[in-house]
Ligand binder design. Structure first.
Ligand code: CP
Ligand code: NVA
Length: 308
């Protein structure tokens, strides 16, 4: 069973193949109406369930459209409306869904929910974001960097802000794809030590540099994300703003990176908090290519899971 639960446990050759495959599928349907199927429909006859226990725009729409372009049928389910949200176990839900559908994508809170779903499903399970990681996002981000700047191997990526779930998947990717990663942010918002240790144990080069100006020196890519994630308490907002203000990605910070450095943000953004609109809409920004590439990258992930 090929589940896509995280970047680290997925073989590096498979990750590379998925990204190349995504590029090829994107090129093959250039200028085609978005609702039209691909030339090849390898998911014909398959049923895909997309479960959301948290809000989503990109993940929801890109998985749905991507699956349909490959010939599958889809259903989008809200966790709150399922028995899952009313006491049915994850294990029972996984066993039942496996009798109806061929593939399950789930966005949830605790990583344990994803793990239990995968352990009990008899069909592949894809991680559509947990409190801990967001691997589909990073597949799209690597694809986007390489489209614009060529191989990411050996490049310097700097993350400025909260050491959250998206950063965690970047940390895992830095080991798998061989780029150098710098985290710059306040100590209380450091990434989970266990995430860092696991990535370093398989060769990741990740540094923590507190001074954002020093951190971005020579960066090929500067990345940030919201200061308050969906799983963070709303009450954390003011404290987070005070802690993170100095880590905003603005023109001054981008000016310290390489002249051709790119800027990324997984979106949704709180404009002029974690990044200024000047940067988000400026020449370095590839945020909408990133969003588009969720579609192409996840099509490759779904095909990999189903061996199709
Ligand atoms: N980047 C991302 O996963 O966006 P959504 O929350 O809109 O799915
Ligand atoms: N870190 C953000 C990412 C959203 C796509 C969150 O978890 O809310």
């Amino acid at each position: 069973m090929k589940h896509f639960l995280d970047i680290l446990p997925t073989p590096v050759a498979d990750l590379r193949q998925m990204i190349d495959h995504a590029r090829a599928m994107k090129d093959a349907r250039k200028d085609r109406p978005k609702g039209m199927c691909d030339d090849e429909t390898p998911l014909e006859g398959r049923m895909v369930a997309l479960i959301f226990e948290k809000p989503s725009t990109r993940t929801r729409v890109s998985f749905d459209v991507g699956a349909r372009q490959m010939g599958a049928q889809t259903m989008v389910l809200s966790g709150a409306d399922m028995q899952l949200g009313h006491g049915e176990t994850i294990a029972d839900t996984a066993r039942v869904l496996s009798r109806y559908v061929d593939l399950i994508m789930i966005r949830t809170f605790e990583e344990q929910t994803l793990v239990e779903m995968a352990e009990n499903a008899t069909v592949p399970v894809i991680n559509g974001l947990t409190n801990r990681t967001h691997p589909c996002q990073i597949m799209a981000d690597i694809m986007t960097f390489e489209e614009h700047r060529g191989p990411i191997k050996g490049r310097k990526v700097v993350w400025s802000g909260d050491g959250n779930n998206v950063f965690a998947s970047f940390a895992q990717a830095s080991a798998q794809f061989g780029f150098d990663l710098v985290f710059t942010g306040p100590k209380p918002l450091d990434p989970e030590p266990e995430i860092m240790e696991a990535a370093r144990a398989v060769g990741a080069n990740i540094e923590i540099i507190r001074d954002p100006m020093a951190a971005v020196e020579g960066a090929d890519l500067v990345v940030t994300d919201t200061w308050v994630s969906m799983h963070d308490p709303a009450s954390a907002r003011e404290r987070r703003h005070n802690q993170l203000r100095g880590y905003q990605v603005n023109a001054e910070l981008m000016g310290r990176a390489k002249p051709d450095a790119l800027f990324m943000h997984c979106l949704p953004a709180h404009r002029d908090d974690e990044a200024t609109s000047e940067v988000m809409d400026g020449p370095a920004s590839v945020i909408f290519d990133e969003a588009e590439n969720r579609l192409h990258a996840q099509k490759a992930v779904m095909r990999w899971c189903l061996g199709a």
